[in-house]
Design a protein around this ligand. Structure first.
Ligand SMILES: [Zn+2]
Length: 355
């Protein structure tokens, strides 16, 4: 295996080595004898094997045996500073060009055991069901397609209406009157011919309406701009199937989303049970949102879709832990998007959560 040093800068300071990988992150390493700095310099010459790096160090006057070099490389790997040369790309020039930004995004999270190509391939293999391709789902679908999610099932019964154009950029004037699921699927196919997309023209009127669609699905995502209880039905369907769920919604005055990791976090139904109607629970907030949904314009609609997609990205690749797992996150557009994070309380009697 040839080891590559990720983009970083370093300089010695006293007995330490300061390593900068991001303007917000400085790593401080003990390096009394300058050996770590010498190893970084050896790696900076280009990709190398452990034996090759030992030789470069020896040429620079630093005598270390292979075991010591290997241990030092493992230490750099634990800090996220090195990766494997052979897995920097997807191995196909066209795919590498298409996913160049995503490959670069995962660079800091790659390790010798988990190369950046692995994250992107994980996305390309993933299947996400999007419940609702309206105000929230429109930008969500665009973000998921951009990430390179390989399979999408898009569920909606609505038709494209003139009033949708303030914030639903999947659709075109010529689409007015057409099935949203069909037009959204057509958008995805035109955007990325590699993506598999299945439109489902169906009302969601209970958890069972999603049951037959969840085979091979990795994650369920969606908006809350439909029936007041739609999020509870989608929650029940996802949790019973053991699938992660990310849902959210936006109005003129607030953007909210949450995620559920079945069996590991409380679910939306737990929160509903702990905050019955009128007590400010998730469902209550959702109901209040309904009267204002026609006021949803592009900026908050794009914001919520991107937040849901980003949380979905965490579940699909685990590049970092989900941020909204078992909690309601609220952003206030009128106050510079200041966030509130309210954890859900588990309901031991929840009829949906696994026992
Ligand atoms: Zn629950």
């Amino acid at each position: 295996m040839r080891i590559v040093l990720k983009e970083c800068a370093w300089e010695p300071l006293g007995g330490e080595l300061l390593v900068l990988t991001d303007p917000r992150e400085v790593i401080r390493l003990r390096d009394q004898d300058g050996q770590v700095g010498a190893l970084l310099t050896a790696l900076d010459e280009g990709p190398g094997t452990v034996a090759g790096l030992r030789d470069r160090l020896a040429a620079a006057g630093v005598e270390l045996d292979e075991d010591a070099v290997r241990a030092a490389i493992e230490g750099l790997d634990a800090l996220g500073l090195v990766e494997c040369e052979s897995d920097l790309t997807l191995g196909d020039p066209a795919l590498d060009a298409r996913h160049a930004s995503t490959l670069a995004f995962f660079g800091p999270y790659a390790t010798l055991d988990r190369p950046r190509a692995d994250f992107v391939n994980q996305l390309r293999r993933s299947h996400v069901l999007v419940a609702g391709v309206g105000a929230t789902g429109s930008s969500l679908v665009q973000c998921l397609a951009g990430l390179g999610v390989g399979r999408l099932t898009l569920v909606d019964r609505g038709e494209v209406e003139p009033g949708d154009f303030a914030g639903q950029f999947l659709y075109r004037h010529a689409d007015i009157g057409a099935s949203k699921a069909e037009r959204a699927a057509a958008w995805v196919r035109a955007y990325d011919p590699c993506a598999e997309v299945r439109p489902v023209d169906r009302w969601i009127s209970g958890p069972d309406d999603l049951k037959d669609l969840l085979d091979d699905v990795d994650l369920v995502a969606g908006g809350l701009d439909g029936h007041p209880e739609a999020h509870l039905w989608v929650n029940e369907a996802a949790v019973r199937a053991g699938l992660p769920l990310v849902v959210g919604g936006a109005t003129r005055s607030e953007i909210t989303y949450c995620s559920v990791d079945p069996g590991r976090t409380p679910c939306v139904q737990c929160d509903e049970n702990n905050h019955p109607a009128g007590a400010g629970g998730f469902a209550e907030r959702a109901r209040g949102r309904l009267t204002a949904r026609t006021a949803l314009i592009g900026p908050p609609a794009l914001q919520i879709g991107s937040l849901i997609a980003y949380e979905a990205l965490r579940y699909l690749t685990r590049f970092e832990e989900p941020r909204a797992a078992g909690a309601l996150i609220t952003l206030d557009p009128s106050n510079g998007m200041v966030q509130e994070h309210r954890p859900f309380t588990p309901d031991p009697g929840c009829p949906v959560c696994p026992r």
